[in-house]
Design a protein around this ligand. Structure first.
Ligand SMILES: Nc1nc2c(ncn2[C@@H]2O[C@H](COP(=O)(O)OP(=O)(O)OP(=O)(O)O)[C@@H](O)[C@H]2O)c(=O)[nH]1
Ligand SMILES: [Mg+2]
Length: 235
């Protein structure tokens, strides 16, 4: 891509009360490099929406609540070839936004910023790193059950990019957090070219986590089981 050219890609900001995070990362977002930037708002009450609109960013509403629903709202509304999903809460390094889009531009069906690849850093500071261990276990299971290609090291991170048509084709159903896990599993089932780049995960800039460990972990397991052949009854 030449320096002044805009990418045929939409930068999708997923927001639910992320005013602090937005303020922290805003100046580092490569908005001028993307054909479009849109936000999908899960019902913020902290001024997130007005803050984005004041900066000229279209804010899409969700009829159905949850991060999974937000992915579909973005895929249906966008008109570009590719999508990059970015959560502006401080966890995701803006320097990787264009790198992810580049992986898709060069042929990946799905590009993931990995917190577990060699050279990456996971934000968890607790000595035993329980969240990381659960993430690794879920990723191990997905690889063992569904992947016939190179091992994917982070099936769960939401910081990812893919062709818009590919996302629509997956016909995802998850409403809440495990949307990324369903996308990764369905991509594996289809033998897609999944590429990763090591990322450095930052700390949350403020606001509150919406991902409560136990319910979210349980939801991931449900998705894993529901993607097994013949498991439709579990959905
Ligand atoms: N549009 C939309 N965004 C959401 C929804 N739920 C969460 N998000 C956003 O998705 C991103 C990830 O949510 P987090 O709560 O940070 O989840 P997490 O990164 O697993 O947890 P932390 O470690 O606390 O950051 C954030 O930018 C949220 O604002 C939702 O229902 N709709
Ligand atoms: Mg986060």
């Amino acid at each position: 891509m030449s320096a002044g050219e805009r990418r045929d890609s939409t930068l999708v900001l997923l927001v639910l009360n992320e005013i602090d995070g937005l303020r922290a990362v805003w100046d580092e977002l490569p908005l001028h490099r993307f054909a479009t930037t849109v936000a999908v708002d899960g019902g913020s009450t902290d001024g997130t929406r007005a803050w984005l609109e004041a900066r000229g960013i279209p804010v899409l509403d969700q009829r159905v609540r949850g991060r999974g629903a937000a992915f579909r709202v973005a895929a249906r509304a966008a008109t570009t070839e590719r999508l990059v999903f970015y959560s502006p809460d401080g966890n995701e390094d803006p320097a990787d936004i264009e790198r992810l889009d580049d992986l898709v531009l060069h042929g990946a069906d799905l590009a993931i910023a990995s917190r577990f690849a060699v050279g990456s850093v996971n934000e968890e500071q607790d000595l035993l790193r329980p969240r990381a261990r659960v993430n690794e276990a879920l990723t191990w299971l997905a690889n063992a059950l569904f992947n016939r290609r190179a091992t994917v090291t982070d099936t769960i991170n939401g910081f990812r990019a893919l062709p818009r048509a590919r996302l629509l084709e997956l016909d995802t159903t998850v409403k809440r957090f495990p949307i990324e896990y369903q996308i990764s599993i369905r991509a594996m089932q289809r033998g897609w070219d999944i590429r990763e780049l090591p990322t450095i995960e930052g700390q949350r800039a403020g606001g509150e986590s919406k991902a409560l460990s136990w319910p979210v972990g349980k939801d991931h397991l449900k998705v894993l089981l529901s993607e097994l052949p013949g498991a439709k009854v579990l959905q």
